[in-house]
Write a protein that binds this ligand. Sequence first.
Ligand SMILES: Cc1cc2nc3c(=O)[nH]c(=O)nc-3n(C[C@H](O)[C@H](O)[C@H](O)COP(=O)(O)OP(=O)(O)OC[C@H]3O[C@@H](n4cnc5c(N)ncnc54)[C@H](O)[C@@H]3O)c2cc1C
Length: 410
Amino acid sequence: MDFSLSPRAQSYLNRLSAFMQDHVLPAEPKYEAQLQNVPDWRRWKQPSVMENLKAQARDAGLWNLFLSDPEYGAGLTNLEYAPLAEVTGRSAIAPEVFNCNAPDTGNMEVLVQYGSAGQKERWLKPLLAGEIRSAFCMTEPDVASSDATNMRATAHIDGDQVVLNGRKWWSSGVGHPHCRLLIFMGLTDCSAGKYQRHSMVLVPLDTPGVRVERMVPVFGSYHEPFGHGEVTFTNVRVPLDHIVGGPGRGFEIAQGRLGPGRIHHCMRTLGAAERSLELLCRRSLHRVAFGKPLAELGGNVDIIANARIGLEQARLLTMKAAWMLDEVGTRGARSEISQIKVAVPNIALEIIDQAIQMHGAAGVSGDVPLAGLFSSIRTLRIADGPDEVHRALIAKLELRKYQPKTVASA
Ligand SMILES: Cc1cc2nc3c(=O)[nH]c(=O)nc-3n(C[C@H](O)[C@H](O)[C@H](O)COP(=O)(O)OP(=O)(O)OC[C@H]3O[C@@H](n4cnc5c(N)ncnc54)[C@H](O)[C@@H]3O)c2cc1C
């Protein structure tokens, strides 16, 4: 494994890091101030500073960096993208600045990989341009959605239309004033194999029968202006050509979508952990208690050292998973992807928690970004599959190596 960066990727990294320092990090307070925290999601507005930053990033060529297909994006490998995503993870507002934010990244990947020419023209183009946003509607409130085969929402074919019914929630991004597209997953054919029953359907947000019922808070915060919505679909009719890749391919597409998506979250989480450790160290050097800087009190040096050790382990594992994804694809890298999906948020949460502790009461205030980082990264132990489900897959693949082979499989 060679984790050194190509000159092109290094140039992106240098330019991205400079852009973050010069433009994104200084804009965070302005972005917060422009949010207004309006409780009614229908009145949420995109802070104007975000549109300015997007325009600047696009002009600087720092745009759609996540897309490995050079026809649509920067054409970097997952390994090359990893350090760039890490840099953007230092700020909650950064991914959108570079059009590299979830869930639009995953949705764009779906359209790049499986979309028809017509679907690409109508939806991929404006998503790539950052003109619209989208949401992904898979999870349902009434069933345990960590087992996606539980899904009850339906996508029935009726002549030249597909009819959607069901209730989804945690549809991230649906509250954004620019959201125009939903990717809905539902049951099409109960008689087909377990993983061939579902279809993925493109649904314009303003289609009759689609209703955003409410926004669901995360630890009391609505994550405006994008939010996480509960959405009902009541006899929603769209033309048959709105199905992505054809009926029954929902699971196949969802698996492909989550490979890079999960790994991007982990890369960004490393950036959040790195920023937290930096804040922890700075605070521990400058704050004095009992006549000494905090860094010299109790077991604080061990805390700092352990944070660095954990962070380096998490980064190396993430780089390995990215390398595997490049070399053998999502299926071959299943264990590594699940390993980082568990390891990285847990290590990052430990570091952020320690950074909060080192800041005392300031750590849980909004004056430093730690509380926000903690709450958003805590959700990653659940979103895109809870830790337990990933551990179950890792163990299954591990045990498989030692199980006696049947005559047929041998
Ligand atoms: C901030 C956030 C954003 C999200 N964004 C989206 C989105 O954009 N689109 C979307 O469709 N969904 C989204 N989700 C939903 C997320 O993917 C689901 O919450 C997740 O898949 C778990 O499903 P569930 O909540 O129904 O938990 P359940 O399936 O009810 O599981 C509950 C708990 O059961 C335990 N458990 C489950 N399986 C096992 C097992 N095999 N072994 C041991 N224990 C187990 C785990 O502790 C688990 O946390 C988001 C969630 C959050 C929090």
